[in-house]
Design a protein around this ligand. Sequence first.
Ligand code: PA5
Length: 445
Amino acid sequence: MNKIAIKLPKTDLFFKAEEVDEYGKKALQARDILLQGSGKGNDFLGWTSLPETLDPAIVSSIKEDAKRIKASSQLFVVVGIGGSYLGARAVIEALQSELQSLDKNRNTPLVVYAGHTLSEDYCAQLLSVLDNYDYSVAVISKSGTTTEPAIAFRLIKKHIENKYGKEQARERIYAITDAEKGALHEIAIIEGYKRYVIPDNVGGRFSVLTPVGLLPIAAAGLDIDQLLAGARDMRKVCVEAPFAENPALQYAAIRNLLYSKGKKVEVLINFLPNLKYISEWWKQLYGESEGKENKGILPHSLSFTTDLHSMGQYVQEGERLLFETLVSVDGSHCHVDIPTDEKNLDKLNYLTSKTLTEINHCAETGTMIAHRNGGVPIVEIHIPEVTEYTLGQLIYMFEFACGVSGYMLGVNPFDQPGVEAYKKNMFALLGKPGFEELRKTLTEQ
Ligand code: PA5
């Protein structure tokens, strides 16, 4: 079945059935607030009606651009940070492992990232790689003023203009930003770049189902229609289904219930390394939405079995402040059989009747039982396989649950006032005009 299923921790082990009912009611109330737009941050609820409200003409235009990018480019550089790049990276890396970059037969552009770091070495290496490949660029920033992507784009703009000349470079640059304001908007208008708009009422971390995510995902050769179909189907469930059949409400309810029992850390776990950036995207979504007013579950992530050999000990026996949310994938796209070895020196012949996926599932089940017995509540989210469709479902489910969960916690899930503090200090230390007073205070500290 092409459907996401959720399994909650057993009642009486970590909480009582009545408590689940109580938090279920709270989740239903929070859903009403979200859908009626009567809660905090209600000017940022545009994502709730995506992908329904996405103009089909935009989707067609993205697909056309993806074709042009594929025809002209070996690399597609995505310049952005936080919500302006994590969603695209999550979907692309979930479906295209890092090893695909070595595939000599690949016929779609390889997506590389910039503007998510200020590392000089990374930028220098990227620019030197770009010397050797044909490439196009998407520069993505809602505010159009974020320092990291702005610096990266200044460097790449110069590089691409030197490489192709100003006219051809213009054809290779896509700007995704606000409809009217910000430096990037102004640059895009003056330079005549192809533009896509990030709707006013959609915040960065909720923007993967807009051109922010869709253009890079399509440019990577992935099926955005299927991604949107998955999100659309999950939206219907989230918006309409009762608590007992609604994975988003159940997830929001249970994480708040566990938080009330002192479980302050949630670890999103998977047994597939290609889901690493799904976890990174999820961490930003929940961390930035809920971590405020001295409240909020700390989102953390681990990729097993790799991290069982580094963090498994802590999860099993460390301080009992965490719960796990497992993203479990039933099937794999490929099969690898374990070969029989006549001498059996490594003593692995007992595994020869199994595929690696079966072995991985045994590791998963064994780990879950061990952690549960060690006092870790586990929420399980099962997906049949990793496809554009199931990722669309997962993304919408996590977004909807995040809105509901934030309202249950009593915060505004749609702002991020805390992100500004470091920026002001950085501007002051860099000598940006207008920050002279703060610079004085900082240098005295
Ligand atoms: O979720 C958010 O709003 C943030 O993470 C932003 O996406 C991030 O700070 C980048 O901002 P911008 O798109 O304005 O460059």
